[in-house]
Ligand binder design. Structure first.
Ligand code: M6R
Length: 604
C-alpha cells in the first residue's frame, strides 16, 4: 500500500520527508521519492527498492529555510516498480503524489495526449498533474485549477500537489484513501497517510473525510467539503505510541487486516468492473485462445483460494479446472498439455514450491498466468501474464486479506472467461457483477459480531480437535478456517467436506470434538444441515454459522440474510478468521508471528 507524507515549514524538509516515509515502511513499497519546493525552485529524487537507496541519492541535497515538500512510497498497481513510475510525478511546473487508483485515467490520458502532453510513466497518477496544469493554463488560479482537476477524477485518491504557481502551498484532496494533516505550536503542517510519521512532530491532527480538499500554507489550513463548502478542521489529540499507531489501534496486525478487508476489496475491483463485463487491462484476451483446461497451482491459503476458484471456473466459465498443491505437483511427473492455461497463485510471489511449478509449466511450453499481491516478485517476472490482487502489504503471518482478494479476483476472472467463452448469459454476468459490488459490505466486521465471537471463544480452548465442515465452495473455506486456527492457536483442526464426515471422521464425535459448521442458505442447505445433525446426534459440540436459525447447535453465529451464496462465503470467511483470532488471543499466543512459521516460504 502506498504511503504519502507532506511538510510545510522551516525545518529540514528533506529529513522530515525521509523520516516520515521511514515510518510508513510497514505498509510495504517498492520505490520511493520526494519533491521539495523552496524559493520557487524544485528538487526531486526517486529511487526503486528500499529507502536507503533514496537516502543515498539525496545525501548531498540540503534544505534550508522555508520549503514545501511531498514524499511517497509506492506499492505498484499501474506499471512496474521503476524509477519513472515512482512518485512524485512531474508536469511542467508541479509535482504530485497519490495513493489509490484513478479509474478514468485512460480517458483523461488519451485526451491529454491528443492535446500534445507527453507522459513519462505508465501510472494512472501522472494524469493528475497534467490535468492540473491544463486547467491552470485556462484558469490562471492554482486553487481553482486544483479544484477543477479533483472534480474530473473518478476512483480513490489521497493527493498532495505542489506547484511553482503557488510556491508556499500544498494542495490536497482525499477520496477513499486515508490522509490526515497535523499541526504543532510552531505553525508547521505535516501530512501523512497514517498517524505514525506525525508522532513526535504534531500535537493535534485532523483526519480528512471523503470528498475533502483544500490547501495548506504556513499561515492557513483551508478545507472544503465535496459540495464546495468551507469547513472548519476537526482536530483530535495525537497518540504517542508508534506501534499501536501502525496497528491503527488494533491489538494485532492480523486483526487490523481482517477489518481492512472491506476496503481492500474495493481496490481489488477498482477499474475492473463495468456494468456488463469484467475488465483486466493487464492481460490480453488471446491468453485464453485454444485453452481447454485451467490448472491452478499454489500452497497454503493460496491453494485454498485456488480450490474455491475451481468451483467457480467450472460453474460459470464451463471450463475444466484442476487444482494442484505445488509441493506435490513438482515431483509427480505430471502430464502437461499445451491447451492448458497454468495459473499460479501466491500472495508473495516468492514461494519456492509454487515458483518451481511455474518454471516447469514454462518449460513444458504452457501459457502461464500468476495471481499475485506483489508486483515485480519472481513469479510476476517469470509468468506470461499477471494480475495483481492489490491487498496491500499483509503483515500477519496468517493470511487473511490476501485470501479475500484472491477469491474475489478469481470470481472476477471466472466471469471474464465466461464472457469470452459465451458460457453465461449477459443477464447473469450483470447479476454476478452486481453481487461483486456487494462484497465490501459483506466484509464489514460489526461490533456485535466481534463481541459475540469474543465471548464464545472461551468455550473452544481445549478438546481433542476441531472439524470445520462445508460443502461445495464452502469446503475450501472450511479448509482455510482450519488452517487459520492451526496456525495461530496451535490446536488441531481439519477442514472436511460435510458429506464426507460419515465415511470415517464421525467416529471421533463426542462432546470434546468441536465442529464448526458452515451452513449457507443458498447452496445445498438441506444436505449440509443433515450432515451437521448427524454430528449433533453423536454429541459433537457444534458451532453453526448460518443466516438461518439452527437449533441443533451448541453455539450459533448468525450471518446476515443475503441474496447469493458468494456473499455468504465472504461473511462466513470473516467469522472463521475472527474465531481463530479470538481463540489465539485467549491462549496468549503471538497472533502475528506464530511459532515455526514464516511469512514467505522460499525454501522447499
Ligand atoms: O505467498 P504465498 O501465497 O505463495 O504463500 C503460500 C503459503 O505459504 C501461505 O498461504 C501460508 O499458508 C499462510 N501462512 C497462510 O496463512
Amino acid at each position: 500500500m502506498c504511503g504519502i507524507v507532506g511538510y510545510v515549514g522551516k525545518k529540514n524538509t528533506k529529513e522530515i520527508l525521509l523520516d516520515g516515509l521511514k515510518e510508513l515502511e510497514y505498509r510495504g513499497y517498492d520505490s520511493a521519492g520526494i519533491a521539495v519546493l523552496s524559493n520557487n525552485k524544485f528538487e526531486s529524487f526517486k529511487a526503486i527498492g528500499k529507502l536507503v537507496n533514496l537516502q543515498e541519492k539525496t545525501k548531498d541535497f540540503i534544505t534550508e529555510g522555508f520549503a514545501v515538500g511531498i514524499g511517497h512510497t509506492r506499492w505498484a498497481t499501474h506499471g512496474k516498480p521503476t524509477e519513472l513510475n515512482a512518485h512524485p510525478h512531474l508536469g511542467e511546473n508541479s509535482y504530485v503524489v497519490h495513493n489509490g487508483i484513478i479509474e478514468n485515467y485512460s480517458t483523461l490520458k488519451k485526451e491529454l495526449m491528443e492535446s500534445g502532453v507527453q507522459f513519462l510513466s505508465q501510472t494512472d497518477t501522472e494524469v493528475i498533474v497534467h490535468q492540473f496544469e491544463k486547467n491552470l493554463k485556462s484558469m490562471h488560479n492554482a486553487f481553482e485549477a486544483f479544484r477543477a482537476t479533483i472534480q474530473e477524477l473518478e476512483g480513490a485518491f489521497a493527493i498532495l500537489l505542489v506547484t511553482k504557481a503557488e510556491d508556499k502551498t500544498i494542495f490536497f484532496a482525499k477520496q477513499g484513501s486515508p490522509m490526515l494533516v497535523g499541526i504543532n505550536a510552531e505553525g508547521e503542517k505535516y501530512f501523512a497517510s497514517s498517524d505514525t510519521p506525525l508522532i513526535g512532530h504534531c500535537t493535534d491532527v485532523n483526519y480528512f473525510e471523503d470528498g475533502d480538499y483544500g490547501f495548506v500554507s504556513a499561515e492557513e489550513l483551508s478545507i472544503f467539503s465535496k459540495d464546495g463548502e468551507k469547513k472548519a478542521p476537526h482536530f483530535s489529540k495525537l497518540s504517542t505510541d508508534k506501534l499501536s499507531a501502525q496497528k491503527d489501534g488494533y491489538r494485532f496486525f492480523m486483526e487490523k487486516e481482517i477489518y481492512e478487508q472491506s476496503d481492500v476489496i474495493v481496490d481489488t475491483m477498482m477499474g475492473r468492473l463495468s456494468d456488463e463485463e469484467i475488465l483486466f487491462d493487464e492481460i490480453d484476451k488471446s491468453l485464453f485462445d485454444g485453452i481447454h483446461e485451467i490448472k491452478l497451482c499454489a500452497c497454503g491459503t493460496s491453494y485454498h483460494a485456488a480450490l474455491s476458484a475451481s468451483y467457480l471456473f467450472e460453474r460459470y466459465a464451463k471450463i475444466k479446472t484442476s487444482v494442484e498443491i505445488a509441493s506435490e505437483f513438482r515431483y509427480r511427473e505430471p502430464i502437461m498439455t499445451k491447451d492448458t492455461l497454468f495459473v499460479v497463485i501466491s500472495q508473495s510471489g516468492e514461494t519456492a514450491d509454487t515458483l518451481e511449478t511455474l518454471k516447469m509449466a514454462k518449460k513444458a511450453g504452457l501459457r502461464t498466468l500468476v495471481i499475485c499481491n506483489v508486483d515485480n516478485s519472481s513469479m510476476v517476472r517469470l509468468s506470461d501474464a499477471s494480475i495483481l490482487t492489490r491487498a496491500g502489504i499483509e503483515k500477519g503471518v496468517a493470511s487473511t486479506k490476501a485470501f479475500a482478494t484472491q477469491v474475489t479476483l478469481f470470481w472476477m476472472l471466472t466471469l471474464y472467461v465466461a464472457k469470452l467463452r459465451g458460457a453465461l448469459k449477459k443477464e447473469e454476468i450483470i447479476r454476478q457483477i452486481s453481487l461483486l459490488r456487494e462484497v465490501p459490505a459483506s466484509l464489514i466486521v460489526t461490533d456485535e459480531l466481534h463481541e459475540k465471537i469474543k465471548r464464545l471463544s472461551k468455550r473452544y480452548l481445549h478438546g481433542h480437535g476441531f472439524f470445520f465442515i462445508g460443502r461445495d465452495i464452502f469446503f475450501p473455506l472450511a479448509l482455510e478456517g482450519a488452517l487459520k486456527l492451526k496456525e495461530i492457536s496451535y490446536l488441531h483442526a481439519e477442514g472436511y467436506p460435510s458429506g464426507e464426515m460419515k465415511h470415517g471422521p464421525i467416529a471421533l464425535a463426542d462432546p470434546e470434538l468441536f465442529t464448526i459448521a458452515l451452513l449457507p442458505q443458498h447452496l445445498l442447505y438441506e444436505k449440509s444441515k443433515s450432515n451437521v445433525e448427524e454430528l449433533s446426534a453423536r454429541d459433537s459440540t457444534i458451532c453453526a454459522i448460518s443466516p438461518l436459525e439452527f437449533n441443533k447447535a451448541d453455539d450459533f453465529i448468525k450471518i446476515s440474510t443475503c441474496r447469493d451464496y458468494m456473499l455468504e462465503f465472504f461473511e462466513m470467511m470473516v467469522v472463521v478468521q475472527l474465531i481463530s483470532l479470538e481463540i489465539s488471543i485467549r491462549l496468549g499466543n503471538d497472533v502475528d508471528m506464530p511459532r515455526n512459521l514464516a511469512k514467505s516460504v522460499t525454501v522447499e
